[in-house]
Design a binder for this molecule. Structure first.
Ligand SMILES: Nc1ncnc2c1ncn2[C@@H]1O[C@H](COP(=O)(O)OP(=O)(O)OP(=O)(O)O)[C@@H](O)[C@H]1O
Ligand SMILES: [Mg+2]
Length: 451
C-alpha cells in the first residue's frame, strides 16, 4: 500500500479532495436542480443508556446525497488514511442507515470505497472498490456511477385532467407489458377511486362484486381503514423505522408471471377512499413533493425498474405528488374536440414541473390517442393535435374495441385476456407496441442526457 502525504489523515481534506471529486465525477454535482449534498445530515442515532434504555443522540453523518435523477438518496461517511474504514466505522454507518431508514450507505477512505445496503433490518456490504491513488478519483467515480445505475428506477405517470379517457387502462396494461419483459414494476395508485388497485387484485374486488347491500359494501371498504397504503406511505416515510415493504402489495399477476418463468412482477402501492388531500393537511413542509422524497428516501428504487403512477383526474395536491415524482409523463386523450382541449392543462403543469426540477421530472413522453376509431373526425383531430402541440410526440394509438371493456370487466390486462380471447389480440398488440415505443423513447432521452 502506498504511503500518502499527511494531509490524507485529515477528514476535511479527504472530504474535499477525494469524496467531493468522486461525487462530481460520478455525475452528482453538489448543487444542481437534480442532485445535491446535504453535508452534516443530522441523524439521531439511538444508543443504550446506563439503564439499558434506548435514547437518542444527535450524531452527524458526513453527507446525505439526494440523487433526484435516479430516485435515490444515500449516506456517505468519510474516513482517513490513519483512521481507515474498520468495524467501528461499519457499525456506525449501520446505525445511521437504520435510524434514518436510508437504503444505501457508502464508506470512503483514501484507499477503499465500500457500499453497504440496509434491507430487511440488516446491513450488508454489497460491493467495494480499491482506490489505486486518491489523486486519481476517476476509476472509483466510474465504480460508483455503475453501482448507482444498477439501482435506478424509472418513474412514469399517466396524467390528464379529464376523467374516463383511459388512464387506468394504460397504467395496468403498460405495467403488465413491462413485467412480461422481465421488469419489476410498482404501480402507485393515487386515485381515490382505486381502479388500478381493484384491477390488480389488491382491493377485494371479488368481495365487493358479491356485496349484496350498501352496508356490506361499506364494511368491506372499512377493512382498509387499518391497512397501510399510499396515503400512509406519504405520511410516514420520514418517520424512524419506516419500512416501505409494509405498504406494498403483490398483484395477482405475479403468480401468473412466475408460472411462465418470467422474473418480472407487478406490485401495488394501493389506494382507497382514504387517498385525499385532507389526509395530508397537518403535515409540515411541501406537501406536493412527498411522493418524490418518499420514493428516494425509502430506498425502494433498488427493488423496482419502473414505477407507474395512476393519477386522479382532479387538480389535487395528491395529483401534484404524482407529477413531482415522475421523470416521465404520458398524457392520454380521446380524439374528440372536448378531450383535446383537456390536454392543455396537464401539458402546462408538466412543463412547470420540468422547469422547476431542471428537467429531471415532468418530461412529456407524448400524447397517447385513446379509444380511436377509423372515422374522419378522429383523423382530423389527430392532425389538429400534432399542429397545436408541436414538438410533443403522438405515441402509438389504442383503438376503441369492445375487448378493452371485456378485459376490464374481468380485471385482466389485454395481453393476458387475449390468450383466451383471440379477438382481443390486435388491441393487445397495440399495448405491446405502445410500451415498446415508451421504452425506446426513454432510452433515447437518457442516452442524450448522459444518464
Ligand atoms: N380502447 C378502449 N376501447 C374501449 N373502451 C375503453 C378503451 N380504453 C378504455 N376503455 C374504457 O373506458 C372506461 C374508462 O377507462 P379508464 O378507467 O381507464 O379511464 P380513466 O381515465 O382512468 O378514468 P378516471 O378518470 O375515472 O380515473 C373504462 O370502462 C375502460 O374499460
Ligand atoms: Mg382511472
Amino acid at each position: 500500500m502506498v504511503a500518502l502525504a499527511s494531509e490524507w489523515n485529515n477528514e476535511a481534506y479527504v472530504s474535499l479532495h477525494l469524496v467531493q471529486e468522486i461525487l462530481r465525477l460520478a455525475g452528482l454535482p453538489s448543487k444542481s436542480g437534480y442532485s445535491h449534498w446535504v453535508p452534516e445530515f443530522k441523524v439521531k442515532v439511538p444508543r443504550f443508556n446506563v439503564n439499558n434504555q434506548i435514547e437518542e443522540t444527535t450524531q452527524e453523518v458526513d453527507f446525505l446525497i439526494e440523487d433526484i435523477g435516479r430516485c435515490l438518496n444515500f449516506l456517505v461517511e468519510v474516513k482517513t488514511a490513519n483512521t481507515r474504514i474498520d468495524d467501528d466505522a461499519r457499525i456506525q454507518l449501520e446505525k445511521y442507515l437504520k435510524y434514518s431508514s436510508t437504503r444505501f450507505g457508502v464508506l470512503i477512505d483514501p484507499y477503499l470505497v465500500e457500499v453497504h445496503e440496509y434491507n430487511n433490518w440488516q446491513v450488508k456490504l454489497i460491493c467495494q472498490c480499491n482506490i489505486e491513488s486518491p489523486l486519481n478519483p476517476q476509476p472509483v467515480a466510474n465504480f460508483l456511477r455503475n453501482f448507482l445505475d444498477t439501482i435506478r428506477m424509472r418513474t412514469i405517470s399517466v396524467h390528464t385532467s379529464k376523467g374516463g379517457v383511459g388512464k387506468t387502462t394504460l397504467v395496468t396494461n403498460i405495467a403488465y407489458e413491462l413485467a412480461k419483459q422481465g421488469n419489476r414494476v410498482l404501480v402507485i395508485d393515487l386515485d381515490d377511486q382505486a381502479n388500478a388497485s381493484l384491477s390488480l387484485g389488491v382491493n377485494k374486488a371479488n368481495e365487493l362484486d358479491k356485496a349484496s347491500s350498501l352496508d356490506e359494501f361499506e364494511r368491506i371498504l372499512d377493512s382498509f381503514k387499518e391497512r397501510k397504503e399510499v396515503v400512509e406511505f406519504l405520511k410516514d416515510y420520514d418517520l424512524p423505522g419506516f419500512n416501505y415493504k409494509e405498504y406494498i402489495h403483490c398483484s395477482y399477476l405475479n403468480q401468473l408471471l412466475d408460472n411462465i418463468g418470467c422474473h418480472g412482477r407487478v406490485d401495488v402501492l394501493p389506494s382507497s377512499y382514504k387517498t385525499n388531500d385532507a389526509a395530508l393537511a397537518n403535515l409540515i413542509g411541501i406537501r406536493e413533493k412527498r411522493l418524490d422524497k418518499a420514493l428516494r428516501q425509502s430506498g425502494l428504487a433498488g427493488d423496482y425498474d419502473y414505477a407507474i403512477i395512476d393519477t386522479p383526474p382532479s387538480a389535487t395536491t395528491i395529483a401534484s405528488n404524482g407529477l413531482y415524482a415522475s421523470q416521465y409523463v404520458l398524457i392520454p386523450s380521446q380524439m374528440e374536440y372536448l378531450s383535446v382541449y383537456g390536454i392543455r392543462t396537464p401539458l402546462k403543469r408538466a412543463r412547470e414541473v420540468l422547469d422547476e426540477m431542471s428537467g429531471k421530472r415532468g418530461i412529456i413522453l407524448g400524447i397517447v390517442p385513446m379509444m380511436t376509431e377509423n372515422v374522419k373526425l378522429h383523423n382530423t383531430i389527430k392532425q389538429l393535435v400534432s399542429k397545436t402541440f408541436q414538438g410533443i410526440p403522438i405515441l402509438p394509438e389504442v383503438k376503441r374495441t369492445i375487448s378493452v371493456g371485456q378485459a376490464s370487466d374481468v380485471r385482466q390486462p389485454l395481453s393476458l385476456f387475449a390468450e383466451q380471447n383471440k379477438g382481443a389480440g390486435s388491441v393487445a398488440k397495440q399495448f405491446t407496441a405502445l410500451t415498446q415505443e415508451i421504452v425506446s423513447r426513454i432510452n433515447q432521452i437518457e442516452s442524450t442526457m448522459g444518464l
